[in-house]
Design a protein around this ligand. Structure first.
Ligand SMILES: [Zn+2]
Length: 431
C-alpha cells in the first residue's frame, strides 16, 4: 500500500489542506483509494498550530471487489475499495508529482511536509501528537524508513507522520473511535465571497441522526466557516451514509467538489485522564475535582475558579467568554461542589472545554430579618450576633438558613458548537 501524509500547507489567513488533498487525489487518479481519506486533528495546544491543527492521510493500492462513493471532483465520482491487493509503487515519482502541487498551492508562510510510507506508522506516534508534543528524537527514526518532502522549515512533517499513525481503530477505552466529516468545496471564482447557505437548510440537516456541530442552540450556524478558504461547509456525523445521502439539502449554494473524511474529531482523544492536579502546559486533562473558591468574573466576561483534587492539590480553571451559556452554569457552582473538568492547560490554568456536575452541596438562602413584636423589622449588627430592633431595643436569635433546591442539574455541560474544539466530543454523542 501507499500511505501519504500531508500537513501544514495552509496558514492563519485561510487556505485549506483538505482542498489540496482533493487536488492530490485528482492528480493520482491512476491509483485506487483503498481507504477513506483521514482528517486527523492533533494537540490543539501546540503554540504553532494553524487554525484547526489538522493533518491528512491517504492510502492508495489496487482495489478489488465492490467500491464505495467517497467524493466528487467537478462531476467525476471518486470511490474507495475496502479490498485490495498489494502493489508496488514508484514512490519517488509519486512524491515528485505531489510536491509540485504543494509547491504551487501552499501558502507562503506555511511549512508543508509530505511523508510517504508503505505501512501505517506506529500508533504511539499519534497519541504523542494528539496529547503532547512530538520531538525530533521521536520522529527521526520513524521517518528514516519513509520518503519525505518539506518546505520552509518542514514543520508539517510532524503532523503528516502523526496522521499516518492514526488508524482510527483504537480508542484507549473510549466508545467512539472516529467520526466522519463531509466537506463541500466552493467554485474557485467564489473564494473570498460570502457563502450563501440558508439557516433553514442547516437546521434541517442538523436534526438527522448522528449529525452534530451544525449549529448553536441559538440557531447560529457553526458548520460554515468565515475565513476566505475553499470550504463551503463541513457536515459532521457518526454515520457516513447519512452525510452522503443528505448533503445536497444544504444550499442554495452547492459544492463543486465534496469529500468524505474519516476523522478523530469528537473522540476526546486529546484528554488524558488524571486523578491528581499535576497539570502540564500544552496538555489536556480530564479530572474529578471539588470547587474550592468563589467564582470570579473578570473584564470581558471570563470566569475563573479554583478547584482541588482529592489530595488537596489546587489549580485554577477558566471559562472564557466564547463559552457563552457554560459560564452561567459555572456561576451557580459553590465551594464543595464536585465536578469533572475537561480542558486544556495553558499558563497553569485549565481552560474548561466541558464539565460534568457530579454532586452539589446543600444550598441555603438567607431568611428575612425577624419582625419585632412592635411590628418593626429587626437588624443585624454583625456576623453571629443577635438581631436587634432599633426602635425598642429587643433582641432576637438569628433565624436558621432556609434549605434551597440547587438551580442546577447533575450532568454534562458544554459551550455552543461554534466555540467547541474539533477533538472535543459533543455531549449528545456521549450517551
Ligand atoms: Zn421593636
Amino acid at each position: 500500500m501507499l500511505h501519504i501524509g500531508i500537513d501544514d500547507t495552509d496558514s492563519l489567513d485561510g487556505g485549506c489542506t483538505t482542498w489540496l488533498i482533493t487536488e492530490i487525489i485528482a492528480e493520482l487518479s491512476d491509483f485506487d483509494l483503498v481507504a477513506p481519506p483521514r482528517l486527523v486533528r492533533l494537540n490543539p495546544n501546540v503554540p504553532w498550530k494553524t487554525r484547526g491543527n489538522g493533518s491528512l492521510a491517504l492510502v492508495f493500492g489496487e482495489g478489488i471487489g465492490s467500491k464505495q462513493l467517497i467524493g466528487e471532483i467537478e462531476n467525476k465520482k471518486i470511490y474507495f475499495y475496502s479490498n485490495f491487493k498489494e502493489k508496488s509503487f514508484d514512490k519517488k515519482n509519486i512524491l515528485e508529482r505531489i510536491s509540485k502541487i504543494v509547491i504551487k498551492q501552499s501558502k507562503k508562510d506555511s511549512q508543508p511536509g509530505i511523508v510517504i510510507s508503505d505501512t501505517f506508522l506506529p500508533e504511539g506516534l499519534y497519541w504523542q501528537g494528539v496529547r503532547g508534543i512530538v520531538s525530533e528524537e521521536d520522529l527521526d527514526p520513524i521517518l528514516s524508513n519513509c520518503l519525505t518532502f518539506g518546505l520552509r522549515g518542514s514543520r508539517g512533517l510532524f503532523g503528516a507522520a502523526c496522521a499516518l499513525a492514526w488508524s482510527g481503530y483504537h480508542s484507549h477505552g473510549r466508545d467512539l473511535n472516529f467520526t466522519w466529516e463531509l466537506i463541500g468545496y466552493r467554485d474557485k471564482n467564489l473564494w473570498g465571497t460570502l457563502r450563501n447557505i440558508s439557516l433553514e437548510t442547516v437546521s434541517q440537516v442538523s436534526k438527522l441522526e448522528g449529525v452534530f456541530s451544525c449549529n448553536d442552540p441559538d440557531g447560529k450556524v457553526a458548520m460554515v466557516p468565515n475565513s476566505p478558504c475553499p470550504v463551503l461547509w463541513g457536515f459532521r456525523g457518526t454515520d457516513e451514509q447519512i452525510l452522503v445521502a443528505n448533503f445536497q439539502k444544504l444550499g442554495p449554494e452547492k459544492p463543486v467538489r465534496w469529500f468524505l473524511y474519516q476523522t478523530n474529531q469528537a473522540t476526546d482523544d486529546h484528554f488524558c485522564f488524571s486523578d491528581t492536579l499535576d497539570i502540564v502546559d500544552g496538555t489536556s486533562i480530564w479530572i474529578d475535582v471539588k470547587i474550592s473558591s468563589k467564582i470570579e468574573t473578570i473584564k470581558g466576561g471570563h470566569r475563573f475558579v479554583q478547584v482541588e483534587d482529592f489530595e488537596g492539590n489546587e489549580a485554577r480553571c477558566a471559562v472564557f467568554e466564547p463559552s457563552k451559556n457554560l459560564r452561567n452554569i459555572v456561576d451557580k457552582l459553590e465551594i464543595g461542589d464536585e465536578i469533572t473538568v475537561c480542558g486544556s492547560v495553558n499558563e497553569n490554568t485549565i481552560n474548561i472545554e466541558k464539565l460534568r456536575i457530579i454532586s452539589l452541596i446543600p444550598r441555603y438562602s438567607k431568611p428575612p430579618n425577624p419582625l419585632c413584636s412592635c411590628g418593626k423589622r429587626t437588624h443585624s449588627s454583625g456576623k453571629n450576633t443577635k438581631y436587634r430592633c432599633n426602635s425598642c431595643g429587643k433582641k432576637y436569635e438569628r433565624p436558621s438558613p432556609i434549605p434551597e433546591l440547587p438551580n442546577l442539574e447533575l450532568g454534562w455541560f458544554e459551550p455552543p458548537a461554534s466555540s467547541r474544539r474539533h477533538l472535543t466530543k459533543p455531549i449528545e454523542l456521549m450517551r
